[in-house]
Ligand binder design. Structure first.
Ligand SMILES: NC(=O)C1=CN([C@@H]2O[C@H](COP(=O)(O)OP(=O)(O)OC[C@H]3O[C@@H](n4cnc5c(N)ncnc54)[C@H](OP(=O)(O)O)[C@@H]3O)[C@@H](O)[C@H]2O)C=CC1
Ligand SMILES: O=C(O)C1=N[C@H](C(=O)O)C[C@H](O)C1
Length: 266
């Protein structure tokens, strides 16, 4: 039987792609499409919003309607994600979120919610980036401290958080590989008289411009040689397809906080 999926933020860049991915997946069906209360897109057909023929399903601003599905997917903003996740726990509905830019407190709150329902939380739902996370962890473990690690990312000019969630995830994977606490070694940005680089740091550089969907490079800079591992997204469908895979994987799972690496077995 098809998995009935509710989508929060159905009028967003990712929300529209997810509605399309659900509609086109033979094994899933769109149960509800949620938009923000007061949205100009409230009541609009979800298919029309996603650039598809009408699906006969108008958007709703009632979270309960979205959460009446087998599983809900959310790509919105951190405050909204936490509110949607709390409602999902009350409804007993598995929850998948790709929202980035959550604070440490918000991540802790999401982890607490995940003691009640299965939650898949991943800053990047593409197969390629999740494989890259595994590779980066392994390479960081192999090379050790004499190799400086820098992470460079570029995204479109509408992105509101920095560094990207994926860049932070790659940094966490590198820190994990080296057996370090990410918070102890991460330098999220630099300016002014920084002094020389401190060994063991993991540095970040952020670029924003145009319609770049998402590009990440992890640079391992060693004495007289350099390794670069990277990923370039060619379309948002790679994230949307991953979110649908995660949603179907989450149904029937025990409560817990899961990553996309759990979903993909990487
Ligand atoms: N994990 C992954 O693979 C990926 C993650 N992302 C992340 O997903 C998130 C969304 O990205 P994107 O789609 O580009 O952003 P958009 O700004 O296009 O979409 C955000 C959506 O959230 C909705 N929203 C905002 N506030 C609320 C609220 N209070 N209640 C309900 N809905 C709300 C917006 O509605 P409205 O427009 O009406 O305000 C909009 O539909 C970002 O954090 C981004 O980094 C993006 C791509 C891949
Ligand atoms: O906001 C985006 O667009 C993206 N956000 C995610 C992130 O912050 O890593 C994933 C992807 O790179 C696109």
């Amino acid at each position: 039987m098809a998995t009935r999926i509710g989508v929060f933020g159905a009028n967003g860049r990712m929300g529209r792609m997810i509605v399309k991915a659900v509609a086109e997946a033979g094994t899933a069906a769109l149960a509800a499409a949620g938009v923000r209360p007061g949205s100009a897109d409230l009541g609009v057909d979800a298919g029309t919003l996603a650039g598809l023929p009408p699906l006969g399903l108008a958007t709703t601003d009632r979270n309960a309607e979205v959460l009446a599905a087998d599983v809900a997917i959310d790509f919105t903003l951190p405050d909204a994600t936490l509110a949607h996740a709390a409602d999902a726990a009350d409804a007993g509905t598995p929850f998948v979120t790709g929202t980035t830019g959550l604070s440490a407190d918000q991540e802790a709150a999401l982890a607490a919610i995940a003691t009640r329902i299965p939650v898949v939380y991943a800053p990047n739902m593409s197969v390629g980036v999740n494989l890259l996370l595994a590779l980066v962890e392994r390479v960081a473990a192999t090379l050790g401290d004499p190799w400086d690690i820098e992470i460079v990312e570029m995204h479109h000019n509408r992105k509101v958080d920095a560094p990207s969630g994926t860049a932070v995830g790659l940094g966490r994977a590198a820190a994990q590989g080296r057996g370090r606490q990410f918070e102890d070694v991460a330098v999220l940005s630099r300016e002014g008289h920084t002094g020389p680089r401190v060994a063991g740091q993991i540095g970040f550089a952020t670029m924003r411009g145009g319609d770049v969907i998402g590009e990440h490079t992890v640079v391992f800079a060693g004495p007289s040689e350099r390794i670069e591992l990277g990923h370039r997204a060619g379309g948002r469908h790679i994230f949307a397809n991953g979110a649908v895979t995660a949603a179907q994987w989450a149904v029937g799972r025990a409560p817990g906080l899961y990553s996309m690496r759990d979903v993909l077995g990487l």
